[in-house]
Write a protein that binds this ligand. Structure first.
Ligand code: NCD
Length: 472
């Protein structure tokens, strides 16, 4: 008897879990659903004609408020002919009794075929994916990522502007707290778009996202002097083949980029649930702001919900695409579900074709009680209810300058400062580059601590003092 080949378990926790080619496949399948519509310019309500998922159940596990993400996932599954079970109120789920997320997803893995999870903690979706035995889709985890919103955003841009390469996208508001923006900027960079960050004061992109754009997605920083004299930054991906008219070869002409009109303005609300100070200055985008000629053909986008940051009077302007963006949530999520469940056999996500699955790399992996911990206090690794299930797990990232950082497996925040200790020889050095790559056999001999004090408290001594002792 031949052993049944089990399908590969794929999760979509980060937008970087999908290759560019796979994202294009999601778009192709979503487009095929839209093509079934009698008049796609009038209504996006795809009939419940398809029963391709009639044998499958989608579970939505939502520990944070949601309208669009949960309902569009549920609508997508119903329109595919599948069924839906939902837990949308943490107060009525076993979480209220103290059940861990790790246990909940293991249980729900037997009740459904795919899980969509939303959680207030950064990295919660990665933890869920670690313990689930069915595909996990991240519906937004803390300030980390919201990959399916990005799929809707990119699809909207692509339908409107035909291609993503060379598009200049301005991003306004809370760039620090907004998970939709973190997934969005990675994807824009990967598709060769130009990012123009317009952060609210003090709400710039987190350092680790900014660094990753520069070091891993080859974004180059271009400074521009605004009318008020302040200096903003633009990120471009110089090695990517942008529009030929903009660049010759891999040369980037900054003045051309600076003069180029904005193709899209992406507006987000102040993520007040992630800030201690709830009363901060915040930009408001309205018709007056968008009157500037550089926005003359810009699509105005918003992941919604909006509060006050985008004037409702702008809704009737032909540049406003945010309700269309939300409507694409259904075909995009229909496509993703059907691909993850391999329902569309001719197209599936069974073969990973991209170079973005960094988490397959060997990791730094220690018990929670040993050595350095993630420095992001909102990381799921700091959730007391998950203490038995999380570990001090990091990807070891070395850049061109051989600087070494630890990237949290769950929330992907970086730890830049740590000391490196040798377990057998009991020494430590305050030099992050001393940590070998996890691919090296000696890697298992090392452990990292947050500080020299922590290393000393754990019984290690500075390397030079050990050498002195040996020679005396
Ligand atoms: C976003 C989210 O939850 O991050 N909402 C959504 O899913 N469209 C944006 C937001 O809440 O501001």
């Amino acid at each position: 008897m031949t052993a049944k080949t089990r399908p590969i378990l794929r999760h979509v926790v980060s937008i970087n879990d999908l290759s560019n080619k796979e994202i294009e496949t999601v778009f192709d399948v979503a487009q095929s659903y839209l093509d079934q519509l009698p008049d796609p310019n009038f209504s996006y309500r795809i009939g419940r004609s398809t029963d391709v998922a009639s044998k499958s159940i989608l579970a939505t596990l939502f520990y944070e408020p949601s309208t669009r993400t949960r309902l569009s996932f549920e609508s997508a599954m119903l329109r595919l002919g599948g069924d839906v079970i939902t837990s949308a109120d943490p107060a009525t789920s076993s979480a209220a009794k103290g059940e861990s997320l790790a246990d909940s997803v293991r249980v729900v893995s037997n009740y459904a075929d795919v899980i969509v999870i939303r959680h207030p903690r950064d990295g919660a979706a990665r933890l869920a994916a670690e313990y689930a035995s069915i595909p996990v889709i991240n519906g937004g985890d803390g300030a980390h990522e919201h990959p399916t919103q990005t799929l809707c955003d990119l699809f909207t841009l692509k339908r409107k502007h035909k291609q993503l390469k060379g598009l200049k996208v301005a991003i306004s508001g809370d760039l620090r707290g907004s998970r939709t923006i973190h997934s969005f900027v990675y994807a824009l960079a990967r598709f060769g778009a130009i990012i123009d960050p317009m952060a609210a004061p003090g709400m710039e992109l987190p350092a680790h996202v900014h660094r990753r754009l520069r070091e891993e997605y080859r974004c180059e920083l271009v400074s521009q002097t605004t009318e008020s004299g302040s200096v903003d930054a633009l990120y471009v991906t110089p090695d990517e083949p942008h529009q030929q008219s903009l660049f010759s070869g891999s040369e980037v002409d900054h003045s051309v980029i600076l003069r180029k009109k904005i193709d899209a303005v992406y507006v987000t609300r102040f993520q007040k649930e992630r800030w201690a100070d709830k009363d901060q200055e915040y930009p408001r985008i309205d018709a007056k702001f968008l009157k500037d000629s550089k926005y003359s053909h810009a699509s105005v986008m918003h992941p919604l919900p909006r509060v006050n940051e985008l004037d409702a009077a702008f809704d009737s302007d032909s540049r406003a695409v945010y309700f269309q963006q939300a409507a694409y949530g259904v075909p995009i999520r229909m496509a993703l579900i059907s691909l993850l469940l391999s329902i569309r056999k001719e197209k599936s996500l069974q073969k990973f074709e991209g170079g973005f699955e960094a988490l397959k790399q060997p990791l730094y992996d220690q018990p929670l009680t040993t050595g350095i911990r993630c420095t992001n206090k909102n990381c799921i690794s700091h959730e007391p209810m998950e203490a038995q299930y999380v570990r001090n797990k990091f990807e070891v990232v070395k850049n061109h300058a051989n600087e070494t950082r630890l990237r949290c497996f769950y929330c992907e925040n970086d730890v830049e400062h740590f000391v490196v200790a040798h377990k057998k020889n009991q020494w430590f050095v305050a030099d992050t580059t001393a940590l070998p790559s996890p691919a090296e056999p000696s890697f298992k001999d090392y452990v990292a601590f947050a500080s020299s004090e922590d290393a000393i408290a754990a019984g290690y001594h500075p390397k030079h003092s050990q050498q002195k002792r040996a020679s005396s």
